[in-house]
Design a protein around this ligand. Structure first.
Ligand SMILES: [Zn+2]
Length: 167
């Protein structure tokens, strides 16, 4: 959760969670806090940019037959959408991943964060890196198109709800 000093607009939420994502996951949150805020500020100032989808696509290519959500090896893979298609996915956005049958069916057309936190009852900090990375990049692109990056936003789970409400 961004500290109170971080104003919560859509762009802030996206950059904050992206900064958290690109920091080494092994060092833990507390030790990395300064780096997260630094990365966040550099994203915000435009000094650095969110990478394109390459990082995630490379990761996906490197883990064949492994569920993107739960990490188990599957025998029967299914296609799953990171962001529900009804949220206005555009051509070129990398919204499709391979998942095990259980995860793909369970997630369906639900919002990633809502599914993970509410349905699966898993902590938000344990959201898998690749799906979350795609989720944040798609959120950024969609809000950019909609000129809504500066709209107020309270939490990660609201990123797409705001778009959805509008239509
Ligand atoms: Zn799975």
């Amino acid at each position: 959760m961004p500290p109170p000093s971080v104003p919560r607009r859509i762009e802030d939420i996206i950059f904050y969670y992206y900064a958290k994502l690109v920091i080494s996951p092994s060092a833990g949150f507390r030790g990395n806090y300064r780096f997260i805020i630094d990365t966040y500020k550099r994203l915000k100032s435009g000094e650095i940019r969110m990478s394109d989808y390459e990082r995630e696509l490379l990761h996906i290519a490197n883990m064949p037959n492994q569920c993107i959500f739960c990490g188990t090896k599957y025998t029967k893979c299914q296609l799953a959408h990171i962001v529900p298609r009804s949220f206005g996915i555009q051509p070129g956005m990398h919204n499709l991943v391979y998942a095990c049958e259980t995860c793909a069916v369970s997630k369906g057309e639900k919002d990633l964060v809502e599914w993970w936190c509410n349905d699966l009852q898993r902590p938000r900090d344990e959201l898998p890196r690749v799906p979350l990375g795609l989720y944040l990049k798609i959120a950024y692109e969609l809000h950019k198109i909609n000129f809504s990056l500066q709209k107020p936003c309270k939490s990660l789970g609201e990123l797409f709800m705001i778009l959805h409400k509008k239509s």
